[in-house]
Structures are given as structure tokens and as C-alpha cells.
Design a protein around this ligand. Structure first.
Ligand code: MD6
Ligand code: FE
Length: 218
């Protein structure tokens, strides 16, 4: 699970930033310099608040395994989608957001013009082969003026980014280890999803893809 941090000279001219939609940016490799610390902090969180397959309000079990860190965590069960202060599995508060996570999200936001992003929630998604995320909007947060910062680790995935209506045709984007997506403004409420994950292997995470999404939820 662990891997050495890359030295700056091994990064070449990464990271590169591109606008993928209005107010939405992909920064390739932005998380690479801190990956060893991120992965170690992630292991700790998962040891305290294990990844689990949550149930949707409609009674489906999600193919993506999830947990959270921060003062708020996103959950779903038969009662609906919402943020909670406590992990329903343990009854304990969600693990604190590690400084490495907070700094990465804050700095990625600055890089794309969102200057005061201080997340209070980080949803951790783990995908194994075949796992997917159907098109959805992130709308359980209170403040849509704040962006979402999304960090991809491990094996690649195809991300879909659509429009404000579910029927808008999504663009597809490959996300690989270390990539960071920041979206806010006009893109904040766009539909998006992840195509079923193809089998692959990555030295940092084995057979899995991990996605961290940082939000200002409360
Ligand atoms: C994922 N991401 O990449 C799922 N939501 O595994 C999301 O659902 C997402 O990447 C809002 C903003 C960025 C995201
Ligand atoms: Fe989302």
C-alpha cells in the first residue's frame, strides 16, 4: 500500500492544469508529491472507520465501499442521503481530517482560483473491478459557493461529467493516480459519475481505485 514520495525532479513538468468545463479543472499529478503521507493517513482512517457498502434509500447496496473523515461524513441508508457527525457503524465521531488531506485540498483549490476552501468533510470511495458510480449531483452540502476537490489514487477510472440536467450527454475523462479535479461555480451542480472500473493493478493501492472528495458540507 505504501510508496515513496516522488522527488520534484521525477515529476518532470507535472502538474498540468486544464479547464474541463466552466469552473472545473483537472490538475494531473497534483497529489503525487504527497502520496506516501496521504496513503499512510488513509490507512489510519480506514483502520478506525472501515470502508463499508452503504444502502441507498431505494434499497440497493452500493458497489463502491465508503468511509469518511472530518467533522462531517456523507452517509446513505434507507432513511436517505445526508451528512452525520458520527460514524453509524461505531457510534464514534468520524476520524479527524489529517493535515495532509486538508493541505492538499486547500492548495488544489487555490491553484484553480478558489482561495478560501476549508473542507469539513472528506468522503473516501473505494472501487474494485466492476464498481461504478451512476450519474448524480452532489447537493447535500449547505454552501454551493464552495467547490469540491476530488483526488484519485490507484488504478485508472473513466469519469463522466455531464450538465445540469441528467439527460445532458456527459464528457468522459480518464483519471489516474495523483490526479486532482476541482469544480465549483457553474459546474458545482453538474451530473457526474464513474464508469464500471476495469481490472488493473497499481503499486500504491493494488487492485483498487480510491477517490477522496473534499467538501464544505456544513
Ligand atoms: C469518484 N466522484 O470520482 C466519484 N463528486 O469516485 C464524485 O462523485 C465527485 O469526483 C463531486 C465532485 C467530484 C467528484
Ligand atoms: Fe459526486
Amino acid at each position: 500500500m505504501f510508496q515513496m514520495d516522488l522527488l520534484p525532479e521525477q515529476l518532470g513538468d507535472l502538474p498540468s492544469k486544464q479547464e474541463i468545463a466552466k469552473d472545473a479543472y483537472l490538475i494531473n499529478g497534483f497529489a503525487l508529491p504527497n502520496q506516501a503521507t496521504l496513503l499512510a493517513d488513509l490507512q489510519h482512517i480506514i483502520s478506525v472507520a472501515p470502508l463499508r457498502h452503504m444502502e441507498t434509500p431505494g434499497g440497493f447496496i452500493m458497489s463502491v465501499a465508503m468511509t469518511n473523515c472530518g467533522t462531517l461524513g456523507w452517509v446513505t441508508d434507507r432513511q436517505g442521503y445526508r451528512y452525520t457527525t458520527h460514524d453509524p457503524l461505531s457510534g464514534q465521531p468520524w476520524p479527524a481530517m489529517p493535515n495532509s488531506f486538508m493541505q492538499l485540498a486547500h492548495h488544489a483549490a487555490i491553484e484553480t482560483g478558489f482561495n478560501d476552501f476549508v473542507p469539513d468533510a472528506c468522503l473516501i470511495n473505494q472501487y474494485k473491478v466492476g464498481a461504478r458510480m451512476t450519474l448524480h449531483q452532489d447537493k447535500n452540502e449547505l454552501d454551493f459557493s464552495q467547490p469540491i476537490v476530488s483526488v484519485s489514487l490507484g488504478i485508472p477510472a473513466v469519469f463522466q461529467l455531464g450538465g445540469l440536467s441528467r439527460s445532458d450527454k456527459p464528457i468522459k475523462l480518464a483519471l489516474t493516480h495523483g490526479d486532482v479535479v476541482v469544480w465549483g461555480g457553474e459546474s458545482r451542480l453538474k451530473f457526474h459519475g464513474v464508469m464500471p472500473l476495469k481490472a488493473n493493478c497499481h503499486p500504491a493501492t493494488g487492485d483498487y481505485r480510491i477517490n477522496l472528495t473534499f467538501r464544505k458540507a456544513g
